[in-house]
Design a protein around this ligand. Structure first.
Ligand code: G6P
Ligand code: ZN
Length: 543
């Protein structure tokens, strides 16, 4: 056993974004790139000497080799133990669960989430702290700072153990425990939703399709839906994780999960459709002929959470990211519980969950989760929806329409302009920022701005402040447009424009969101000169 100390120099651009460091896979595979960043993580979190770290990823290209390097570096840096998912697999929520239940000192999760995989796709690495959640900004700042000062990294000369055999071995002085990635997760779900009730639901003829998009949730969904709950074989499609996700974007939106959306709109639609993303933290739920928008999903889950087995005592509070629609706010008000509006990024929910202020959190980007872990959890959301369907004896579409009737409907859409020049994105945002104060009173495509601001968040638990989190513009018809740049892309910039309007009139709740929001879409386009600045006539993705 030899610990090598390798001389290195800082590599530019190792700055973690919304969810850790994301880069093109060939960038991550450059000699020393991963090593530099892992050493920066190790030092940025205060070293790993004597610590236990969970390691796993979504199985994308380079996952296995990256894990082998990470294990050798953890050992060389004095870690006591690494807990690794078999074959290097761990969904993000399953990793969060292991970090928490095994009382570890954190985890390294390898994923670029919903971004494509394969040799020329994307790769990512993020560190989760002992609470199971993504590292907060003070930690990611420290990691970035280390990456700019690094002069050497430590790595063990020995080979890492094979990852496919469950059991314990040693690597240098570090213990390596390879665990089944699914077992603990299934146990946790069993405590949160009523498996007996769900078995009875499938027995009564309930049919569903779960599209795992060739990504990490396949084994989890099969184990729970087909093996434990008795869903017919074939309920889970695209259920084998592939390093390149079969060439697709593993993102459960109408563009990349088109087959599922088409099926649910057709005459052959099963009772429920669902899908998850690359690393298993996102979800989409669809009823027959009616997809549930992620913002609505948060509101419906919050309003009905007490039907699910693990939440019968109700909820403490709700949190949503700022660009998520205000549908959940109406539920919080009705329930008389706290409502928190945070910047985009799951890491902002961690403190609220740890402080016991909220039970459920959600984002427009197809993320919902609860206090059971510190990440969003795709399969959890799907199972809770099913538990509510079973408990209420109503379909997904009935539950959603009933929700709109009781609370009103928040029409919602997000328009993405992907891969535009970074300079164009930056200039568009800078121009909006410069004009914020002058916007109120001005009209665009027939709508007048009533207020505008640049969202800043002060964390109520530790007082930390995050500024410049997106431009919010409110119009005189009660509608809202939000502009921000994505923090999860790997190339160029992605402009996200979030659009919403509240509709209380029961007779006007069945419109296509694009039609219902046509005037605000036009106003947002004119206000930010989107066409001129991006050179695009239409968004690349509409959710
Ligand atoms: C990831 C994060 C989410 C975030 C989403 C979109 O899934 O975990 O918290 O909402 O990316 O982020 P973006 O910065 O691309 O809008
Ligand atoms: Zn994800």
């Amino acid at each position: 056993m030899t610990i090598e100390t390798v001389t290195t120099a800082p590599i530019e651009g190792q700055k973690p974004g919304t969810s850790g460091l994301r880069k093109k896979t060939p960038v991550f595979m450059q000699p020393g790139y991963l090593e530099n960043y892992v050493q920066a993580v190790i030092e940025g979190v205060g070293g790993v000497s004597g610590k236990t770290i969970v390691v796993g990823g979504d199985g994308r290209y380079f996952n296995d080799r990256a894990i082998a390097t990470i294990l050798r570096m953890l050992s060389a840096n004095g870690a006591r133990k690494a807990i690794v998912g078999q074959s290097g697999l761990l969904s993000t929520p399953a990793a969060s669960n292991l970090i928490r239940t095994r009382h570890t000192d954190g985890g390294i999760i390898l994923s670029a989430s919903h971004n494509p995989g394969g040799e020329h796709g994307d790769f990512g690495l993020k560190f989760n702290t002992p609470n199971g959640g993504p590292a907060a900004e003070n930690v990611t700042d420290a990691i970035f700072a280390r990456s700019t000062e690094i002069t050497q990294y430590k790595i063990l000369s020995d080979e890492a153990p094979a990852l496919d055999v469950i059991g314990t071995s040693t690597l240098g002085e570090m213990e390596v425990e390879i665990v089944d990635p699914v077992t603990d997760y299934v146990t946790m779900m069993e405590g949160l939703v009523d498996f007996d009730r769900l078995r009875a639901l499938f027995k009564s003829g309930f049919r569903m399709r779960f599209d795992a998009m060739h990504a990490v949730t396949g084994p989890y969904a099969k184990a729970i839906l087909e093996d434990r709950l008795g869903a017919e074989p074939g309920t889970v499609v695209n259920g084998t994780p592939l390093p390149d996700f079969a060439g697709h974007h593993p993102d459960p939106n109408p563009v990349y999960a088109k087959e599922l959306f088409d099926l649910m709109a057709s005459a052959d639609a099963p009772d429920m459709g669902a899908a998850s993303d690359g690393d298993g933290d996102r979800n989409i739920v669809l009823g027959k002929g009616l997809p549930v928008s992620p913002s609505d999903s948060l509101a419906v889950l919050a309003a009905n959470l007490h039907f699910a087995k693990g939440y019968t005592t109700g909820l403490k509070g709700i949190a949503r990211s700022m660009p998520t629609s205000r549908a959940a706010d109406r539920v919080a008000e009705k329930l008389g519980v706290g409502m928190y509006e945070t910047p985009t990024g799951w890491k902002f929910f961690g403190n609220l969950l740890d402080a016991g202020r909220v039970t459920i959190c959600g984002e427009e980007s197809a993320g919902t989760g609860s206090s059971h872990v510190r990440e969003k959890d795709g399969l959890w959301a799907v199972l809770v929806w099913m538990d509510i369907v079973a408990a209420r004896g109503e379909s997904v579409a009935e539950i959603l329409r009933d929700h709109w009737q009781r609370f009103g409907r928040d029409y919602y859409t997000r328009h993405d302009y992907e891969g535009i020049a970074s300079s164009a994105g930056d200039e568009l945002m800078a121009d909006l920022r410069a004009r914020i104060e002058t916007l109120p009173g001005q009209s665009f495509a027939g709508l007048t701005v009533t207020s505008a601001d640049d969202f800043a968040y002060a964390d109520p638990t530790d007082g930390s402040v995050s500024r410049k989190q997106g431009i919010r513009v409110n119009f005189d018809n009660g509608s809202r447009a939000v502009f921000r740049l994505s923090g999860t892309g790997t190339e160029g910039a992605t402009l996200r424009v979030y659009l919403e309007r509240f509709e209380a009139d029961l007779t006007k709740q069945d419109m296509d969101p694009q039609e219902a929001l046509a005037d605000i879409i036009a106003a947002a386009g004119e206000l930010a000169s989107i066409q001129q600045r991006t050179g695009r006539n239409a968004p690349d993705v509409i959710t």
